[in-house]
Design a protein around this ligand. Structure first.
Ligand code: AMP
Ligand code: MN
Ligand code: MN
Length: 357
């Protein structure tokens, strides 16, 4: 997600989802604690988060890594698949020294821990570590999670993966310090849209209180992570928002608003692709549409698609049908062909999702 630069990557699951299974049981927590506590003194541990990391993916991973370091784990690496570029807004997170490029990641660590990835496909070329590692632990909160680890701490009701990371750290006896807290706070605010989304429960605010009690500065963090972007990105947003289309009859009359951005748009404004992650937050404001969508060119005929819903449509169904995944109110997939091809596919799947609902 992600809305790394400005707000929500994952809205997290909305409340009252009937299909959502229970979170981890005591046996799962005990297995996860044992997997860490049972590591030999010189054990190699590899942390992996999903491709194109957002605030929750990177923040959960680095916060957990700093916690492991506090416990004395020394041979520790954090990584993610694909280009080793971290979006500017989250580049200043504590624990960045743990990060290594995919190519340098340990081929056979004693323990691998995966963060915020709903399925193996989100691990790209690092997926083989699930086989080569001594044990594989998965921390995630996507309803569509396929439980691909040997130990799975998956809670679809959790607002962010960082909620699970903090609980495991606490069970391991780690003391929250300001560095760990900053990572987990960025993760939590990213996925709750700064406490605006439905998954913002009392427990989320209690977690935020524990994190803030370490002395981290929420104003500074939010300005850096959500409210800062280059002037070129401001102008690029203006252009891309101007070409947005509203289709009130789409999605069974609930309405669709969408826009797109090309590689040429990025080049003209001298911007990196991650600046576009925040665009969906401007598009989804549209009152006349339940569903919003931003189609971002990745390669000539390949597009990263972000979708949001206000509740009438389950966009994760649309995303899954088109080869992606996500949550009921925030989902995405990789589209092929022209922009029109991609949007045509979305229109079709939106209608199907409504019929099946
Ligand atoms: P984004 O629009 O990138 O902020 O992503 C919104 C949600 O959709 C997140 O929960 C992602 O995990 C999920 N998502 C986005 N793109 C993909 C994809 N290509 N495959 C699976 N899930 C995705
Ligand atoms: Mn994410
Ligand atoms: Mn998340």
């Amino acid at each position: 997600m992600t809305g790394v630069a400005a707000g929500p990557a994952d809205t997290g699951p909305a409340v009252a989802l009937p299909a959502v299974g229970p979170g981890p049981g005591e046996a799962d927590w005990a297995a996860a604690v044992a997997a860490v506590r049972g590591l030999p003194a010189d054990a190699r541990v590899l942390l992996i988060c999903h491709v194109n990391p957002d605030g929750d993916a990177l923040g959960s991973m680095l916060g957990f890594g700093l916690g492991l370091r506090q416990l004395g784990v020394r041979r520790l690496q954090a990584t993610f698949p694909g280009p080793p570029e971290v979006p500017e807004p989250i580049r200043g997170l504590p624990g960045m020294d743990l990060l290594v490029p995919e190519a340098d990641a340990d081929p056979a660590p004693e323990l691998v821990v995966c963060f915020d990835a709903a399925s193996e496909s989100r691990l790209g070329g690092l997926v083989d570590r699930l086989e080569t590692a001594g044990a594989a632990l998965v921390l995630d909160h996507h309803a569509s999670n396929t439980r691909f680890g040997g130990i799975n701490l998956v809670d679809p009701r959790a607002a962010a993966t960082s909620v699970l990371a903090e609980e495991l750290l606490t069970r391991l006896g780690v003391t929250l310090d300001a560095a760990i807290a900053e990572c987990l706070y960025v993760a939590l605010t990213t996925d709750t849209g700064s406490f605006r989304f439905e998954a913002t429960t009392p427990a989320v605010h209690e977690l935020a209180a524990r994190l803030l009690a370490t002395g981290i500065r929420p104003g500074d963090i939010s300005r850096r992570v959500f409210d800062t972007r280059p002037f070129g990105a401001v102008r690029l947003f203006g252009e891309v928002l101007c070409r947005a289309r509203l289709e009130p009859l789409a999605a069974g009359g609930h309405g669709l608003v969408w826009t797109y951005a090309t590689l040429d748009d990025l080049a003209r404004h001298d911007q990196r692709p991650y600046v576009l992650e925040a665009l969906i937050d401007s598009v989804r404001c549209t009152a006349e549409a339940d569903v919003s969508c931003v189609v971002k060119q990745v390669r000539p005929a390949e597009w990263a698609v972000s979708m949001r819903s206000k509740g009438a449509v389950d966009v994760s169904r649309v995303a899954v049908a088109l080869g992606g995944g996500g949550h009921r109110l925030a989902a995405g997939f990789t589209g092929r062909g022209t922009v029109e091809d991609v949007v045509a596919g979305i229109r079709t799947e939106l209608d199907k999702a409504l019929i099946e609902a």
